[in-house]
Design a protein around this ligand. Structure first.
Ligand code: SAM
Ligand code: SF4
Ligand code: SF4
Length: 378
């Protein structure tokens, strides 16, 4: 169940539980909850542990990045989720607490643009109270386009946010304005990064999605700008997320080319991964002036160590960024289900997970229907 063949000879395992319709068909955790909790971790069919939860707190955004929310699709007529469809802060916190009981140690708030969610610091305060079964606080972070940080960075830090990732696709103002497609200037994002640094949200990371012929000529400038500042830039290969960004393999600049270009400018040395499931491959400057990362989701798939689940704005769990359907938890959260019921379903969903999309990506899979990243959370 849950495997479909879209390309002759190719089996594409998309989130199998997404195909399940009735409650009776929902997966049930193998092993008792007490056993799973005692083990403090739950593993999928490829022995990958559930470790990270990405939480999309809004599907709305004030940018229209051409690779994520192209204006032609996300225009004035686009229907975003109504407010009552969104999980409340209480529902999100309860779900995260249950996930922590099954081994989740890292939470990332995302979207859409997460800082557009009203009273976000209140949610952060609530999540900052959560503890792992061993009594440790969870690693709590946020990915943002940086547009509201001047106003919000201090409040986010005070609420308990540990650190932050800011997306910025070029230091060239004209290139960046064209990519965000709402004419947002580089200078305002840089002010947001300064506000995050001043608030003590360290380390600040910067995400740059690299698209051939669009911003790849500005990669070395980006590295140079942040070298020696403590800010870590991560260069991300353009991905075929969702069904609207017109992805083509030719648009992808392989990370190895990015590393080579930066290395030619300032020599780099490879750094070992800090933990299993780390998505960025890390490189440090040989002269000690900092580090960069590359996220090679297309050219060097890291599905084998993928430990991330995604909670959509309206309460569905997706076990892969490239899935086409998720498993609804909102009905349980709102329908009187116990924490144990929810934990059992989450454990069952994770244990039946077979996802490995990036290992089997082809031009044909790229055109399959998938959920949009702004809804599922990047
Ligand atoms: N709005 C916030 C932001 O831009 O940081 C958070 C949500 S955004 C979907 C999360 C991350 O996904 C961003 O760093 C963004 O650049 C990245 N992203 C979006 N679409 C992408 C694509 N097609 N390929 C690679 N990365 C993408
Ligand atoms: Fe918005 Fe982030 Fe997507 Fe850009 S990448 S459109 S800022 S959600
Ligand atoms: Fe994880 Fe990405 Fe592979 Fe899906 S395609 S399993 S999200 S690494």
């Amino acid at each position: 169940m849950g495997e479909r063949s879209h390309v002759p000879g190719t089996v594409i395992p998309l989130t199998p539980v997404g195909k399940l319709r009735g409650a009776s068909a929902l997966p049930v955790a193998a092993g008792s909850l007490a056993e799973l909790r005692a083990a403090r971790r739950v593993a999928d069919s490829r022995s990958r542990h559930l470790h990270d939860l990405r939480i999309s707190v809004t599907d709305k955004c004030n940018f229209r990045c051409t690779y994520c929310m192209p204006k032609e699709v996300f225009g004035p007529g686009y229907k975003f989720l109504p407010h009552d469809a969104l999980l409340s802060f209480e529902e999100i916190t309860r779900f995260a607490r249950i996930a922590a009981g099954l081994g989740v140690e890292k939470l990332r708030l995302t979207g859409g643009e997460p800082t557009l969610r009203r009273n976000l610091p209140t949610l952060i305060e609530m999540l900052a109270q959560l503890r792992t079964p061993a009594g440790k606080p969870l690693d709590l972070t946020l990915t943002t386009n940086g547009s509201t940080l001047v106003k919000q960075a201090a409040a986010l830090k005070a609420a308990g946010l540990s650190r932050i990732t800011v997306s910025l696709d070029s230091m060239d103002d004209a290139v960046f304005r064209a990519m965000n497609d709402v004419d947002f200037p580089v200078a305002d994002v840089l002010r947001g990064i300064d506000a995050a640094l001043a608030a003590g949200l360290a380390p600040v990371k910067v995400n740059m999605v690299v698209k051939r012929g669009v911003n790849d000529h500005t990669v070395v400038d980006m590295a140079r700008h942040f070298r020696g500042t403590g800010v870590i830039v991560r260069f991300i290969e353009f991905m075929d997320v969702g069904s609207t960004n017109g992805w083509r393999m030719d648009d992808v600049v392989p990370s190895r080319d990015i590393v080579a270009a930066i290395h030619a400018d300032a020599p780099l040395v490879a750094v070992d991964a800090q933990y299993e499931g780390e998505v960025a491959e890390r490189w440090r400057y040989a002269d000690g002036s900092g580090e960069i990362g590359v996220i090679s989701s297309v050219t060097q798939a890291f599905c084998g160590t993928c430990t991330r689940a995604r909670l959509s704005t309206d309460g569905k769990i997706f076990t892969c960024l490239f899935a086409d359907q998720g498993t609804d938890f909102r009905a349980l959260l709102r329908g009187g289900a116990s924490d144990d019921d929810i934990a059992a379903l989450l454990a069952g969903v994770w244990q039946t997970r077979t996802d490995r999309y990036s290992e089997i990506r082809t031009a044909e899979t790229a055109s399959l229907r998938k959920v949009e990243m702004s809804y599922i959370g990047g």
